[in-house]
Design a protein around this ligand. Structure first.
Ligand SMILES: *[C@@H]1O[C@H](CO)[C@@H](O)[C@H](O)[C@H]1NC(C)=O
Ligand SMILES: *[C@@H]1O[C@H](CO)[C@@H](O)[C@H](O)[C@H]1NC(C)=O
Ligand SMILES: *[C@@H]1O[C@H](CO)[C@@H](O)[C@H](O)[C@H]1NC(C)=O
Ligand SMILES: *[C@@H]1O[C@H](CO)[C@@H](O)[C@H](O)[C@H]1NC(C)=O
Ligand SMILES: *[C@@H]1O[C@H](CO)[C@@H](O)[C@H](O)[C@H]1NC(C)=O
Ligand SMILES: *[C@@H]1O[C@H](CO)[C@@H](O)[C@H](O)[C@H]1NC(C)=O
Ligand SMILES: *[C@@H]1O[C@H](CO)[C@@H](O)[C@H](O)[C@H]1NC(C)=O
Ligand SMILES: *[C@@H]1O[C@H](CO)[C@@H](O)[C@H](O)[C@H]1NC(C)=O
Ligand SMILES: [Cu+2]
Length: 578
């Protein structure tokens, strides 16, 4: 039964055109630099390339291939001292860090060694996969799941640089620990001495996500039990009679040397949480949003929603001592029993074991939004030009045995055995309705843009972190309330650019992206429950130009054949599939 309480209002956008002076992307391409060493005092250059290079047009060719092997496993773990079942890459949460240089080729062999009935598919978050849509890792869209006991090799070029993560895109697997860091080395907009690597902020349940799902899909998601910073935290087991409360969890710790500048690559890998990260007594210099270098700005805290990354530089300029590093739950958008304990420790003396006595001067956030948009200014300035038509979609809800999110009344439901890419390669022009496919085709302008406007008409009053695959997007509008069809307020002059942005509660998000990457690209809410509840659509971009090389097609077909052998009949799927 559909809810009619919140009637769907036509946004009447149809053929709104944006009239902005024409400005070709190519004119922004800076001349390549002469050879230059990337080091603590010159982080803006990278061999013959630099922070000014237009990375949408030009990619260095290092000639290097970097190869990784990942084993997906299921087993006991106790990251905070509470034992439960986890899904991991190679037995650890987070999994092994994948490190490559801008311009390398990555070859990643993934083996599904789980003993349960789960298939899997691995997504390299934020990577544009230009010309390699078949390796985007979305089951039911770009591939069939990798059946238990089977392997698949992903191959793609590193055309961007910065901080990101890889994670399973098969139902709720990443919520069980199936993720790891990706560091793509390249230039930066500010200098630092030492790269401390990824710093994952995560919410964590003592009950497996696959169990919590049975509650979540009825409507309100269950409260989780705590949070992990880089895969670790403490949990108070004193007085607990629960045999699984084994104790022994540790706080995340790192050591600073006075005077040095450290790079931290923040990643929110939560199921359902927003964090306001800070370190007592220290200022943060933010240098990138997702995989987009920005003009540095300083702040005492950074608000980060699911899937987003911020690179921050922290100067060790406080009085030497011990300081709390705070994940900083934003309580208004997180349902957590232990939000006060989302902490780690920065020490100036590695022999200290004391709990810090520092306190925070950060004003606690009460909104579920992104960092202030005026702070997020891309270093490589690119405007949105001659954007033709707007795809407008209304976010709603329905009850169909369970709670579901809808996009223009349709909740995503994928058939893992029949991925969108299979339909495309078979020449189909009609896709199953529940695949929520929107076709976007070039119209002959240069450059070619598409604009997506999502209006929240659900009346539920939640903010949603919206992620687009295959592209960075330019944020034209991110506003509370109803879009009135007036596009003159859209920001088209070097807007914030990234791959995840918040759709404000009861508001709208308008994003533009370049039609430069033929493929089938998912758009979805990164709240894991909401993705499972169908909050997603797919763009099929420039369909007639989508090609897959013979060798890659063999990989695609083999994966589907072995999945078909494993799951010959209808599979007991109980969510959207992603
Ligand atoms: C979604 O529905 C709205 C309102 O009916 C309509 O204007 C819009 O064109 C629809 N979007 C698509 C992609 O069909
Ligand atoms: C930079 O360009 C020069 C001249 O084209 C070339 O000889 C050199 O190998 C390049 N260096 C790198 C690191 O690409
Ligand atoms: C992951 O585990 C596999 C199988 O044990 C091993 O071959 C591989 O080297 C490991 N990968 C990393 C990155 O540690
Ligand atoms: C995946 O595995 C989990 C945990 O073992 C199980 O609860 C879930 O039903 C499985 N899902 C599928 C689709 O196999
Ligand atoms: C977090 O864990 C990852 C993976 O183990 C590691 O590479 C990274 O250095 C850690 N981050 C910090 C800030 O210590
Ligand atoms: C967790 O936080 C609560 C209240 O903030 C505190 O009383 C408790 O001792 C903390 N537990 C641990 C293990 O840090
Ligand atoms: C602790 O710091 C001292 C002085 O910088 C250094 O010599 C020592 O190796 C460090 N010890 C550890 C365990 O990191
Ligand atoms: C659109 O909004 C702008 C201000 O953002 C205003 O100046 C203009 O009059 C509006 N146009 C219409 C047709 O409402
Ligand atoms: Cu959502």
């Amino acid at each position: 039964m559909k809810l009619t309480l919140f009637s769907l209002v036509a946004a009447a956008l149809g053929s709104q055109a944006l009239s902005i002076p024409y400005h070709s992307l190519e004119t922004s391409l800076q001349p390549r630099q002469s050879n230059c060493e990337n080091g603590p005092d010159s982080r803006n250059c990278w061999g013959n390339f630099s922070i000014d290079t237009n990375y949408y047009d030009v990619t260095p060719d290092t000639g290097n291939t970097v190869e990784y092997w990942l084993s997906i496993e299921e087993g006991d773990c106790a990251p905070d001292g509470y034992q439960r079942t986890c899904m991991t890459f190679n037995g650890t949460v987070p999994g092994p860090t994948i490190i490559a240089d801008w311009g390398d080729n990555l070859v990643i062999h993934v083996t599904n060694n789980m003993q349960n009935t789960n298939g899997t598919a691995i997504h390299w978050h934020g990577l544009r996969q230009q010309g390699s849509v078949e390796y985007d890792g979305v089951p039911g869209v770009t591939q069939c799941p990798i059946a238990p006991g089977q392997s698949m090799t992903y191959k793609f070029r590193v055309t961007q640089y910065g901080s990101t993560w890889y994670h399973s895109h098969f139902t709720l697997q990443y919520a069980e620990g199936l993720f790891g860091g990706m560091i793509l080395r390249g230039p930066a907009t500010a200098n630092y001495d030492e790269d401390l690597g990824s710093l994952f902020l995560q919410d964590w349940g003592h009950v497996e996500a696959f169990t919590n799902w049975y509650t979540a899909r009825k409507g309100a998601p269950p409260a989780l039990d705590g949070g992990l910073i880089n895969g670790t935290n403490t949990f108070d087991c004193s007085g607990s009679t629960d045999a699984n409360c084994v104790g022994g969890g540790k706080k995340f710790e790192t050591v600073f040397e006075s005077g040095k500048k450290y790079l931290l690559r923040l990643v929110n890998v939560a199921v359902d949480g927003v964090f306001q990260f800070s370190i007592d007594g220290h200022t943060l210099t933010v240098i990138s949003t997702d995989l987009v270098p920005i003009v540095p700005y300083t702040t005492d805290s950074v608000q980060i929603t699911i899937g987003q990354r911020y690179e921050v530089i922290v100067e060790a300029n406080a009085t030497p001592g011990d300081y709390w590093l705070r994940g900083g739950w934003v309580d208004t958008c997180s349902n957590n029993r232990n939000s006060g304990n989302m902490t780690g420790i920065v020490r100036y003396d590695n022999s200290s074991t004391a709990d810090p006595s520092s306190s925070s001067t950060v004003v606690a956030s009460t909104n579920c939004l992104d960092e202030p948009i005026q702070s997020l200014v891309p270093h490589l300035a690119l405007d949105v030009t001659n954007a033709p038509t707007i795809t407008s979609e209304n976010l709603g809800i329905l009850f169909d045995s369970y709670f579901k999110w809808t996009i223009n009344s349709s909740s995503l439901l994928l058939d893992w055995a029949n991925p969108t890419l299979e339909h495309i390669l078979n020449g189909d022009s009609i896709f199953p309705t529940e695949y929520n496919v929107v076709s976007v085709e070039p119209s002959g302008t240069d450059p070619e843009w598409a604009v997506l406007l999502i209006q929240d008409l659900s009346g539920i009053g939640l903010a949603h972190p919206i992620h687009l695959h295959g592209h960075d997007f330019w944020i034209l509008a991110q506003t509370a309330g109803m879009f009135d069809g007036n596009t003159t307020a859209f920001n088209t002059v070097n807007p914030a650019r990234r791959d995840v942005a918040v759709l404000p509660a009861n508001g709208y998000l308008a994003i533009a992206f370049l039609l430069d990457n033929p493929g089938a690209w998912l758009v979805h809410c990164h709240i894991a429950w909401h993705a499972s509840e169908g909050l997603s659509l797919e763009f099929v971009e420039s369909q007639s130009s989508i090609t897959v090389d013979a060798a890659d097609k063999t990989v695609f077909d083999d994966t589907c054949t072995s999945w078909g052998g494993f799951a010959p009949g209808p599979f007991p799927q109980d969510d959207s599939g992603i």
